[in-house]
Design a protein around this ligand. Structure first.
Ligand SMILES: *Cc1c(COP(=O)(O)O)cnc(C)c1O
Length: 341
């Protein structure tokens, strides 16, 4: 077991609440393929938490959720516009293109992992002839791959653009709850009220073992989505083991509590690290990730002590992710090791 870890929030285990829910759901028999009481309840809970009548499906992970959602939002001759650092572009092995039978992903640059209206508009209107795929979806990540957060206002501007261009808005919400906790807003304010059509709601990074929810606020797009899930091998036979932890995590805002803890840890880590000579923030710490430039000798010393973290963010850029399970002690020891104490 690796104790020294800020590599990713999915290195953490399962929260006690989610674990307990599995034990409860394990008692006795239940209908398969999502016809069980937990799956119905989990979908109802999501409708409660988002305060709207949306359609909810569950898949095994975020890659499948994003890929199938994007496939449902356009046709094979359409394109999906996303940030160049987006998970759908960099980390899904072409699954969105594969499951959409070829919808092309087109990428834009943008500060701090965010797409903006001028960037998307320029790309979407660059070509209008039939020899180039027709733009149909804007895909956003909340929180972004740089740990930043789209405000409701920024989302609203992208929604207006999508309306003007007859496009849909997809949100990869692998860390959606971290954004909700950090902004102290309600889930609806960062999703359908701001114009999101489909949200892929992540569970694993918030402390569940497996299973993401695909939430269709635009219910027209959900037509036959159950067939898509089944064909893609994403319909769990024993669905209760995916859905029961969702019920438990959405109870009494427990998912928010865990996300707020992760965010709080990142704030502490960020504050302490930036007092060390040779470490500077690349982007502000807004959620549960700290992105820094770090002098090579400091990074080498930390790695020699067994600390794990990614350095795929540009030249010298390091990503340090906090989770529901991060402790004050880990933060203290990491900072001591960084200082060379
Ligand atoms: C982790 C993550 C996902 C989901 O990845 P899976 O490994 O397929 O569950 C999706 N989007 C982002 C931004 C992520 O960080």
């Amino acid at each position: 077991m690796n104790k020294h870890c800020f590599a990713s929030d999915n290195y953490s285990g399962v929260t006690p609440e989610a674990w307990r829910a599995l034990e409860v759901a394990n008692a006795g028999v239940a209908d398969p393929y999502g016809d069980d009481e937990w799956t119905l309840k989990a979908a109802d809970k999501i409708r409660d938490v988002f305060e709207t009548d949306c359609e909810v499906f569950f898949a095994f992970n975020g890659t499948a959720s994003n890929a199938l959602a994007l496939a449902a939002m356009g046709q094979s001759f359409n394109s999906v516009l996303a940030h160049e650092l987006s998970h759908v572009e960099t980390s899904e092995c072409g699954a969105p293109e594969f499951f959409s039978n070829g919808s092309k992903l087109l990428t834009v640059k943008g500060f701090a992992g965010k797409v903006d209206v001028p960037g998307i508009e320029a790309l979407a209107t660059e070509r209008t002839d039939m020899h180039f795929p027709r733009p149909k979806v804007i895909s956003l990540t909340q929180c972004t791959e740089m740990g930043t957060i789209y405000t409701p206002d920024e989302l609203g501007q992208l929604r207006d653009l999508a309306n003007r261009l007859d496009m849909h808005l997809h949100m990869d919400g692998a860390r959606f709850v971290n954004a909700v906790a950090a902004m102290n807003l309600s889930p609806k304010e960062l999703s359908w009220e701001a114009g999101v059509d489909v949200l892929c709601l992540g569970g694993s990074k918030n402390g569940m073992a497996i299973g993401d929810a695909i939430v269709f606020f635009n219910k027209n797009l959900a037509k036959d989505f159950d067939y898509r899930c089944k064909q893609a091998g994403q319909l769990a036979s024993k669905m209760r083991y995916i859905s029961a932890p969702w019920v438990a995590m959405l109870e009494d805002e427990i998912w928010l509590k865990h996300a707020a803890h992760a965010n709080h840890c990142a704030q502490k880590l960020s504050t302490e690290l930036t007092q060390i000579e040779g470490i500077d923030l690349i982007v502000p710490t807004e959620a549960n990730g700290v992105f820094v430039n770090m002098r090579a000798d400091i990074a080498a010393r930390l790695r020699a002590k067994g600390w794990k973290f990614y350095d795929f963010i540009g030249e010298g850029g390091m990503r340090l992710m906090c989770s529901w399970a991060t402790t004050q002690d880990e933060i203290d020891v990491f900072c001591e090791d960084a200082r060379g104490e």
